[in-house]
Write a protein that binds this ligand. Structure first.
Ligand SMILES: Nc1ncnc2c1ncn2[C@@H]1O[C@@H]2COP(=O)(O)O[C@H]2[C@H]1O
Length: 135
């Protein structure tokens, strides 16, 4: 069943010149880019996107990071896109993510982990509305 999912290629990936590498993996898998833009994020947008994490002790650090430079927001579509994209990313903590996944190959952090992807159809709908209200 075709699904849509929201992906953020985070500021660490932009700074490190890894946008093409990350995007290429999604494209080569067969996913379709439905919408995409490079943008800066203010604290209000960060708080809205990460609403479920606001009370976490590590959230202030995550907010500083996600607002620290431009990121690439995109909507991907494809068969079971939500779980497929999370599989391509690997575990949240790059130190624990399996080799061969995006985080497993390029991240040594549980915060600066290169990309975010929606974890359920409900979060995909909520997040797509936040980042691409016109979609
Ligand atoms: N223990 C943690 N310390 C710092 N950041 C975290 C921790 N756990 C999760 N995160 C961050 O919180 C984010 C929530 O969803 P993401 O997929 O964007 O990726 C996660 C990480 O960037």
């Amino acid at each position: 069943m075709s699904e849509r999912t929201l992906v953020l290629i985070k500021p660490d990936a932009v700074r490190r010149g890894l946008v093409g590498e990350v995007l290429g993996r999604f494209e080569r898998k067969g996913l379709t880019i439905e919408a995409m833009n490079l943008r800066s994020v203010d604290t209000a947008l960060a708080d809205e996107h990460y609403a479920e994490h606001l009370e976490q002790p590590w959230y202030p650090g995550l907010r500083d990071f996600i607002t620290s430079g431009p990121l690439v927001a995109l909507v991907l579509s494809g068969d079971q896109a939500i779980s497929v994209v999370r599989g391509l990313l690997g575990a949240t903590d790059g130190r624990k993510a399996a080799a061969g996944t995006i985080r497993g190959d390029y991240s040594l952090s549980n915060q600066q982990n290169l990309a975010h992807a929606s974890d359920s159809p409900e979060s995909a709908a909520r997040e797509i509305k936040i980042w691409f209200p016109e979609a």
